[in-house]
Every structure is written in structure tokens, then in C-alpha cells.
Design a protein around this ligand. Sequence first.
Ligand SMILES: O=C(O)CCC(=O)C1=CC=C[C@@H](O)[C@@H]1C(=O)O
Ligand SMILES: [Mg+2]
Length: 360
Amino acid sequence: MHETRDPAVAEAPAPPPLAEVLAATRVVAIPTRTRFRGISVREAAILNAPLGPSEFSPFPEYDDAEAAAWLAAALDFGWAEQPPILRDRIEVNATVPAVRPAEVPGILARFPGCRTAKVKVAERGQTIAEDVARVRAVRAAMGDRALVRVDANGGWSVDEAATALRQLADLDLDYAEQPCATVAELVEVRRRLGARPGSAAGTAHARRAATPRPGAVRIAADESVRKASDPLAVARAGAADLLVVKAQPLGGIRRALGIVAEAGLPVVVSSALDTSAGIAMGLHLAAALPEGALAGACGLGTAALLGGDVTIDPLVPLDGGITVRRPGLDPELLDRYAAPPEREAWWRERITRCYTRLLQ
Ligand SMILES: O=C(O)CCC(=O)C1=CC=C[C@@H](O)[C@@H]1C(=O)O
Ligand SMILES: [Mg+2]
């Protein structure tokens, strides 16, 4: 199904017939509870597949070349046996969108028991002062023992990253995710701010990756993995202390496991703001990672940011974690959140185009 030299991927079976995929597809449009990465309605194609629900939900602006990997993941999870899981519960982080400080407690309340938070920063149109105020509000609400991370989605220049992260140095951040866009910039940020062992300290991976230095912060790569033509380039360049991996953009659980094995860095599994059908894929990936590969709580609690879901057993955090499972789809919820006909048609055409690419 995928063109790659990864042996784990080579075992992936051929995709099911397109007609079968389309017959299994329902498109939903679910409102978010808070604006997240500019989104207030999350659209997703939900697949009622033979091995369980699956999801295809690349963001609408992604082109077909990028979206095809998401389809490979959705088909693999729905139609192929998956690698065995090694744990049945995954600790998750609270995900805090780029909100005002006063909104932080309300957001954190949706993530009961979470002792780690990831805070969005560098949102277009906002200032470093606003970022710093938001991150401080999170630290104040969660207390000194919580782990606090930031995610800039590549939105800072090297100078902005250095300025912002120095202003946050006293908060002892767990890591900064994709502070800048390019691998070269990440290398430069790491050179300036250094790295220190964080929650993954003690793993063989982390000992190799981290250079202790007081006040320094670890760098995590996200877009440099999931949007890169070579997802391993960032690890080879020594540009990150850990990787954020997502099942859909990386072409599925098997392929993501192959990338993690080759990268040799600790990882955090994160969502793509999926419904619970896609979160189940992320949970399975996190649960299948080898011992010692996980660098702490995963970003898989994001169904709590949605105003609805496709199952009556949503995969939302409880006591700071989620039990690994694959809840069934609820027909009434699929009807309630059904996308308008023109959006349904758009997604079906997109699936058809991406499917054609997978066969090439
Ligand atoms: O990692 C998390 O806590 C939640 C997931 C998350 O942050 C994201 C989900 C979907 C799209 C991305 O812009 C974003 C991310 O950059 O990690
Ligand atoms: Mg990210």
C-alpha cells in the first residue's frame, strides 16, 4: 500500500476496493467547543470498516499528495490487523488552544486528572506577551509539579523562539514543540537554548538526545516529521530531542512504528483533532510502541475540545488518561453531525482522488 523501504510497512495489505470504502463512509461536521488552529467546525470522513471504525480527516487545505497518507492510515486501521498493544491505558496531556488567560481554567477542566498540559503559542495575530501570559496562567492553574509544554506550530522565527522561551525559562517547560518551521531553524534554536533531560530522562533514547544545561528547553519536532518528505531528516540532523508522531499523517500505525524505530528518539503520540474514531488509532499506536519509547503524556485528549462525537463512548480523558479501546459508531450521532450534502460530496471526491494515488 505504501512505497517505502520500511519492512513493517511492506507487510501492509492491498487496500480494499474503492466502492467498498465509499459505501462505508459517512462525513461529519462537528463544532469545536473553542476555536482551535483556526477551526470552529471539524469535518471528518468516518469509515464503518470491517475491523472497526476508522477515520480520514486531513484538514481541508491539505493537498492530495499529503492527504493520501491519511487515507492509507484510515484504510489500514479499518481493514488490516494491527500490531499488538503492549499497554491498555495511555496518559494524556491537556491541550490548551491559543485562548486568553481567563479562559485557561475552563479549558483545563475538560481534561480531568491531567498532570501535563500542552499550550498553543505563536498563533497568527498574537504577541509573545500573550503567549507568555497564557503559559503562565496554565502553570498557575496546574501548580509547580505539572509538566507544561508549548507548541508553536513553526510560527516563531529563531529570534522570537529564543525570546519567548527565555521569558518562560523559570517555568521549566517540558519541551517546546516545533518552535520554528525548518529543520535548520530547529538546529539553531537547540544550539542557542540547549537541551535538558525532561520527563523522558533515563531512557536510552533520551540520554543520547539530551544535553543538560540549566534553563534550557528540549525541542520536539512535529511538522518536521509529519509534513516532511523525509520524516527522519529532523532526527538525523540532531534538530530535536523528541518527536511528535501522529498515526493519520504518517500513513498509519505500522508506518509510524517504523519511523519511531529508525529515528531512535523518544516520542509523544498526538492527535490530529480527530473524532474518537481517529483517536482510537492514535491510542493503538501509543499502546504498540516499544517499552521506553514514550516521552510522557500523549496529545490524545483532544476529543474533549469537540462539541460532539461519533460514539456514545467518547475517548476523552478520565483520571489523566484514556483506556485503549475502539468504541462503536452511533448511527444517531452520525445523523446528527452529518455534513451538508456539498461537503459530503467534496469528501467523497477527495477520497476517490487519494485512493487513486495510493494505487500508483
Ligand atoms: O498534541 C496535542 O495536545 C493535541 C493535538 C494538536 O496539538 C494538534 C492537532 C491537530 C493539528 C495540529 O495543529 C496540532 C499540533 O500541532 O500538534
Ligand atoms: Mg504540534
